[in-house]
Design a protein around this ligand. Structure first.
Ligand code: 5AD
Ligand code: SF4
Length: 501
């Protein structure tokens, strides 16, 4: 039932209390408001002016009443969240468009390093220009950066044209927040929660790829590495129940998904806080049983919690990809201790040996921070030593970024010039090794899941091997989402050129 669509207080009273149905209720309410406004715009001719005839025709054909655009910063967690946010906006009656010239623009932000924050501030000015030209345009911000009080203060002061701000703990409330804005309007709405125990299942999702999907298995992080802001902005660890995860994957598979990426800040501690504790290894075995699913990936593993049981499960489960992302952060045991990582250089290297003994063809990738406070040349050399010993397929290298409120922010910082010079040395080493390592499958046949048409070469497609290496080979659109046998003709450093067999 649609109530008086401009009475948000009445709508709230009439809404179901349980979050799932409640948000669907608000989706319908928002849809009714958008529809009414859109129809008025069509009647007055404003819609033609705003969208142009081609887009307007598409909106009408698809039963949509406006446009939205989401810009996602940061990690796979955020990408998955954005698919959920897009699902809500789509069902509320908005059509997704490429650029930011849209009726509802949402930035899903990241704050893990300061450059992520700077990007958002940089683009807000541009949004304001767009908003001045587009009556009724709404600008919303969400994600990790919004969980920082200093950010909210800055936006209130310097970017007052933002309409809606919410955080990481209440993203499932988007429909309700949107409804409030549509019905009540008014100045900036800020709704930030400090934490939550809620895990809301069964909200709409609009997937970016038809054949692969992220699946959250847990939220938050309890590790408090001394450089990292994530535990402060994503809250404490909460695991989803295995039956909910399996159900979701079954539904995804029924909908055409062949590859899933199980997502959590630290998947190796999955399930510890459930009523009936389950280990990540047990979950992996259950997911491996799902018929129709072809590939399983997961992200991220903390070395301190990677058990023998998990290594065995990875070895036994044929669908689990031969790729492990195992962030080392630093090769110096002294620095690792100050980082609060709970492992040493030696124990990390032993772990790598153990994994390689069990799964010889595994690809290892990592994250490395350069210039953590107090890092000496000797500490840095230890990191270089780990890189040379492990020989990663690839490594994400980061310059340490000071995050307010974390313990490392108060420690003595390394001069910028020194960090820059080390960073360049590390990057060269990492790239040289990775070019050698990535070529090891040249002249063999491998299974490649095709992801898209090749951006650079007409008549080619691009896909990934189980170990995550990219392959380009001749093919057309019909291969997208399918696994092909491909002969790897030539290793090109980070990718292969191949031909189908
Ligand atoms: N500075 C630089 N890099 C960081 N990371 C996390 N916090 C910081 C920081 N303050 C890196 C870590 C982590 C990855 C997601 O981001 O390497 O694994
Ligand atoms: Fe960024 Fe970390 Fe948040 Fe992901 S979880 S969006 S990397 S701060």
């Amino acid at each position: 039932m649609i109530l008086n669509t401009y009475d948000f207080d009445a709508a709230k009273k009439a809404a179901p209390a349980e979050e799932g149905p409640r948000q669907y209720y608000f989706i319908e309410q928002a849809r009714a408001v958008l529809r009414e406004r859109f129809e008025a715009m069509v009647d007055s001719g404003e819609a033609m002016e705003r969208y142009g005839s081609s887009l307007l025709g598409q909106l009408q054909a698809e039963g949509k009443y406006g446009t939205f655009h989401i810009e996602t910063f940061g990690c796979q967690m955020n990408s998955r969240d954005s698919e959920k946010l897009a699902g809500v906006l789509d069902q509320a009656g908005y059509k997704e468009v490429d650029g930011e010239d849209a009726d509802f623009v949402l930035y899903n932000t990241c704050t893990v390093r300061d450059n992520a924050n700077q990007k958002v501030y940089g683009r807000l000015g541009y949004l304001n220009t767009l908003k001045k030209r587009r009556s009724g345009m709404m600008i919303a911000l969400c994600g990790c950066m919004m969980q920082e009080p200093s950010v909210i203060e800055k936006i209130k002061k310097s970017y007052p044209f933002v309409d809606l701000i919410f955080g990481t703990h209440n993203i499932f409330k988007l429909a309700e927040l949107l409804c409030g804005k549509l019905m009540k309007g008014g100045r900036m709405t800020v709704d930030i929660w400090e934490g939550t125990d809620a895990i809301v299942e069964e909200l709409p999702v609009d997937r970016k790829y038809s054949f692969k999907s992220g699946v959250n298995i847990m939220f938050g992080c309890n590790n408090f590495c001394s450089y990292c802001i994530v535990p402060y902005v994503r809250g404490r660890e909460r695991s989803r129940r295995p039956e909910d995860i399996i159900d979701e994957i079954r539904r995804l598979v029924a909908d055409g998904v062949v590859e899933v990426m199980l997502l959590g800040q630290n998947v190796n501690s999955y399930g510890k806080n459930l009523e009936q504790p389950v280990s990540f290894a047990q979950l992996l075995r259950q997911v491996n049983e799902i018929e129709g699913l072809e590939r399983i990936r997961f992200m991220t593993s903390h070395p301190k919690d990677l058990s023998d049981e998990l290594i065995e499960a990875m070895r036994d489960c044929k669908k689990v990809c031969t790729h492990l992302h195992l962030p080392v952060q630093s090769g110096s045991s002294r620095i690792l201790k100050i980082m609060n990582r709970h492992y040493t250089k030696e124990s990390y290297l032993e772990l790598v040996d153990k994994i390689r003994a069990a799964i010889p063809d595994i690809s290892l990738t990592t994250d490395i921070i350069v210039g953590f406070p107090g890092e000496t040349e000797e500490d840095f050399e230890e990191t270089m030593d780990v890189v040379r010993r492990v020989r990663y397929d690839s490594a994400f290298t980061f310059i340490y970024s000071k995050r307010t409120g974390t313990p490392a922010a108060a420690m003595e910082q390394v001069p910028e010039q020194v960090v820059k010079e080390r960073f360049d040395r590390l990057l060269r080493e990492v790239q040289e090794i990775s070019a050698q390592v990535c070529g090891r499958d040249e002249k063999t046949v491998q299974k490649v899941l095709v992801e898209s048409l090749d951006d650079h070469k007409e008549g080619y497609v691009t896909g990934r091997m189980s170990n995550n290496t990219t392959v380009h080979f001749p093919g057309d659109e019909s291969l997208i989402g399918r696994i092909s046998d491909v002969y790897l003709e030539e290793a090109k450093g980070f990718y292969y050129m191949g031909r189908p067999v």
